[in-house]
Design a protein around this ligand. Sequence first.
Ligand code: 13P
Length: 251
Amino acid sequence: MRKKIVAGNWKMNTSIAEGVELAKAIVAKVNEVPQGVSLIVAPPFTHLTSVAKVLEGSPVALSAQNCADQPKGAFTGEVAASMLKDAGCAYTILGHSERREYYGETAEKLITKIALAFENGLKVIYCVGEKLAEREEGNHFDVVSEQIASVLFGLTPEQMKKVVIAYEPVWAIGTGVTATAAQAQEMHAFIRETLGTHFGEKVAQETTILYGGSCKPSNAQELFACPDIDGGLIGGASLKADDFIAIAKSY
Ligand code: 13P
């Protein structure tokens, strides 16, 4: 059985106090989440240690939203994977479309970041997804397979156990336009097939693949019912504990 995950990417939202309250509200309701569904929250860097204290002793795991492509040293403004581990993170998100688009995240940098995450005992939520124009041109499968091949194909099957993939079509992020369950399932099956051709069927079947992009309580059930969708990476709706928990309860 693949691991089912509902992860909240808080992006650049909440004060520390608000983040702590949000984490407390999630922990208070975690018992309502069906067995076998794991929760992860990814607050901003400044909130990590405070939120880690709230999560201590709970099954909710902590993730960062990014990490540096250098281990340490004179890299002003960056946060190293070792620091994230030190702050209590179990995961880091990498390759989010907002980072690819606004901060020049390249495949080369992502390969380095993943290696540093692993060296420091972090698992990785690796994001892929096409832009609207790419889908309209019919290139969405090529774009996603390239994002997977260029960054993940250098890993070993053993390392792939520490990777969760999140398919987030850029046109669905923060727009209120969700991919239909059929569109999402089609791409998730394609991603699994792509993993299978390189890593073999075992890795393909064992890799958790999340859907992200305007996922909310009203559409989560239909998405999560798809055979290749193993949960969600939730943006806006993860900022309300009730909505986040309701999404996780959609299983
Ligand atoms: P929204 O759920 O706000 O569309 O964001 C999705 C996302 O980018 C999660 O990483």
